[in-house]
Design a protein around this ligand. Structure first.
Ligand code: IYR
Length: 222
């Protein structure tokens, strides 16, 4: 590709093979220790850590580099309370009526129910919105591309960044989540994607005894 005013040299760190192997293994060891936490302490986490993790998420690749995401970081006790009440209302509907028996059976090992106290206990609720449209320089409406893929990648990077900084998370998706637009004042063109609960685990927190599939079951090399 020729250099032009739209291009600049790539900055890329070439690693020795031994360093490559070590860093690959170290990162895996670190990431596999991540667990979804449902029992949070109210202990504070520095805002700067959350900001850097969101900067990391914002560095994710996205369709046509449209960066179709918005992160609403909720610390306010009052807003957390309103989100919890609205989410629990939807969850009661889910557990009592909407969920199929098959779905409830699949959730059994996780021990979840309609109570979501962590939505109030944890210091941060990072509410991730997916933007179907962006606004251009003249305020015109631009279509975004591959929005679900883009926001999924950014969210994965956010979870990894928080874990790396010693912050526990829970991916929480009450369904439907439309109430988040109202509570957080986001426009109808933005779709609530996920609540990422972030903070420190409560002392003695328990997690489900579940396992991840081994490489042989999830990958093939051809
Ligand atoms: N949203 C509900 C149910 C739930 C669904 C799935 I799929 C999970 O992996 C976990 C929970 C709840 O949060 O309880």
């Amino acid at each position: 590709m020729s250099e032009s005013k739209n291009f600049q040299p790539l900055e890329f760190e070439h690693l020795d093979e031994a360093v490559m192997r070590r860093r690959g293994r170290d990162f895996y060891e670190q990431m596999r220790a991540r667990r979804s936490v449902r029992d949070f302490s109210a202990a504070p986490v520095p805002r700067a850590v959350i900001e850097d993790a969101i900067r990391t998420a914002g560095s994710a690749p996205s369709g046509a580099n449209m960066q179709p995401w918005h992160f609403a970081v909720v610390q306010s006790e009052e807003i957390k309370r309103r989100i919890r009440l609205a989410a629990e209302e939807e969850e009661r509907e889910f557990y009592q009526r909407r969920a199929s028996t098959e779905w409830l059976n699949a959730l059994e090992p996780l021990g979840t129910d309609a109570h979501k106290p962590f939505l109030q206990t944890a210091p941060y609720l990072i509410v991730i919105f997916l933007k179907k449209f962006s606004s251009g320089d003249a305020g015109e409406k631009l279509k975004n591309y591959y929005t679900a893929e883009s926001v999924g990648i950014a969210t994965g990077m956010l979870i990894a960044a928080l874990h790396n900084a010693g912050v526990a998370t829970l991916t929480h998706t009450p369904s439907p989540m439309k109430f988040l637009n109202e509570i957080l004042g986001r426009p109808a063109t933005e779709k609530p994607y996920m609540i990422l609960v972030a903070g420190l685990p409560a002392e003695g927190a328990l997690v489900p005894a579940i396992e991840k599939k081994p490489l042989e079951e999830i990958a093939e090399f051809l």
